[in-house]
Write a protein that binds this ligand. Sequence first.
Ligand SMILES: [Zn+2]
Length: 349
Amino acid sequence: MTTIISRATWGAHAWNGTPASVPLSKRTEFFVHYDGGTHITRTGYAIMRAIEAQHVNQGWSGVGYNFVVDQAGNIYEGRGWGLQGAHCPNHNVSGIGVQIAIGGDQEPSAKALAATRALYEEACRKTEKTLAKKGHKDGFATACPGGLLYAWVKAGMPAGDYQSTPAPGGSTPGAGVAVSRARVTVNGLDYGYGAKGDHVTKVGEALKQKGFGKHFTSGPGPVWTDVDTLNYRDFQKSLGYSGAAADGVPGETSLKKLLGTLPAKVTAKPKPPFPGRDKFGPGKNNSSITLLGQQLVRKGYGKHYTSGPGPKWSETDRKNVESFQQAQGWTGSKADGYPGPATWSALFA
Ligand SMILES: [Zn+2]
């Protein structure tokens, strides 16, 4: 059973109007949302009051989500089970909309994910069907629910230590199976449950390519979930590993066999500060011009150099800078071939 904090408890205002009722039999989908582009620092009931204020301001009856889940794993009632939501056009009757109260690249807590998964299971029990797991963007052109939550939804909403009973007729990837949650660092990069990054996507793609992608329902993606662990375990078994060595958590040897070479952590070089406009132009001779030229070459804008780049300003420097500026879509004085702070910033981005 999931405990839901009622509207009365969190201090909702009376509905502004009368939201329509929706019978459980009409529900077929479960939508996950986030709050938007910025991190949420509010906690507790204040989360709900802020959403309510915003949604009423938009002319809605009150909180538009059916439920909201905070990072502590609390579930708050919005429209609840029986009222039509206002969270995704054309899906407010068929879809139960749940916001996980995070924003931007904020990481959802294990508790929030487990609570949301529990809510999903309860929704399946109540409706007596396996509801489709969706992110807002599956129903509407939006960035919601953000990369992390969307990857989680697409991985089948695996939920920490939460053990679910498989819904009738539905598969619940990762649930009910003993899957290692260990995380390891190899060559500066993390692998295993919760690891994030392009290198995680690459492992998933390599597994899939070698025929070890059967646990993926979609993806692979940049967040390591139980599904990745299960696929990796199949790969380890194919290498002859058994027992604890085939736990689905990568090691250096198996990674090398999968990928050929080990991916290495790329440490971003700090951006050099803009040295000032007076460093560039005819007659100038300094190390900033060399730095500029080298970066132009690195970025593929060195075609006018026949030698160099070097510290002495030349017309080829100006032409290369001009090409780079034009490639940014700039015109006129913004593409005069002399670097200003904007050019510098874009060049070293
Ligand atoms: Zn949304």
